[in-house]
Ligand binder design. Structure first.
Ligand code: SF4
Ligand code: SF4
Length: 258
């Protein structure tokens, strides 16, 4: 991605913010040809959202297909897919009404207060999500058992338009929120702005002039586990030469061993 693509995404974002929220449709596009697997996006996400030890809203999976000498290896970053038909929402809300909601711009919202009061809603959401996108905040700190907790762990941060700190997220489940606080301040998500390989794109699918709309129109796209009917809002591109690969979101050790 050239620098002017970043400028273009900022212009797209500013155009979208001039519209009412229900006219926006946020999507993420990931070009697997460009991802170099350095995990900078995941690190910037952890810092932005003050994630607890062992958790990340974002994984960079390493995927292989074919055998030597044709072996091909590439990277697939993934986060909450902000499904338009979200299984987490249906499952959690059976136990706690309104615990998970969907904004008109597509962002799937976790209500931390409601969720933390219902362990059955949290368990149901985690079990229902086919993308391993949900993590537990058990209240651990990287700097516990040191003379004092470091300010980077105790600072305030913003998710879903709420001002939070780790005391308020302890005991709940968390996930990517498309950096809603940054979007509403006219900034692209932290992972997109940090991406070393310039593999990440973000914008408004309702705007035919936006870069994401153009990419989705021009490229062959793939969405993870589409057959499950979840309607994900994360589109992968760059699979042209990997037509026969059967993609499923693989688990890494960390997914189960948080
Ligand atoms: S990816 Fe998982 S957590 Fe995100 S909206 Fe879909 S089902 Fe819910
Ligand atoms: S920062 Fe970009 S290139 Fe690096 S792992 Fe994340 S998506 Fe891939």
């Amino acid at each position: 991605m050239a620098v002017n693509e970043i400028v273009r995404m900022y212009e797209d974002l500013n155009r979208a913010l001039k519209k009412p929220v229900e006219k926006r449709s946020w999507v993420m596009v990931i070009d697997v040809r460009r991802c170099v697997g350095d995990h900078a996006c995941a690190v910037s996400c952890m810092a932005e959202n003050v994630c607890p030890p062992g958790t990340s809203y974002r994984w960079v999976f390493e995927t292989e297909y074919q055998n030597y000498p044709k072996l091909d290896r590439f990277f697939m970053p993934a986060n909450c897919q902000h499904c338009d038909n979200p299984p987490c929402l249906k499952a959690a809300n059976r136990h706690k009404r309104g615990a998970i909601t969907k904004r008109p711009d597509g962002i799937v919202v976790f209500d931390y207060e409601k969720l933390s009061r219902s362990s059955s809603a949290m368990d149901a959401a985690k079990k229902a999500c086919p993308y391993y996108a949900i993590v537990d905040d058990r209240g651990d700190y990287y700097t516990e058992n040191t003379p004092k907790l470091e300010p980077y762990e105790t600072r305030t941060f913003f998710e879903y338009d709420r001002k939070l700190n780790r005391k308020k997220t302890k005991g709940t489940i968390r996930k990517c929120h498309f950096c809603l606080h940054r979007l509403e301040s006219g900034m692209i998500p932290a992972c997109v702005s940090t991406c070393i390989g310039r593999a990440m794109y973000f914008g408004d699918l309702n705007d035919p002039r936006s870069l994401v709309s153009e990419l989705i129109r021009k490229e062959k796209t793939l969405r993870l586990k589409e057959a499950e009917g979840t309607k994900p809002r994360v589109y992968y591109i760059g699979f042209k030469d990997r037509a026969n690969i059967s993609i499923s979101t693989p688990a890494t050790c960390q997914v189960c061993h948080q």
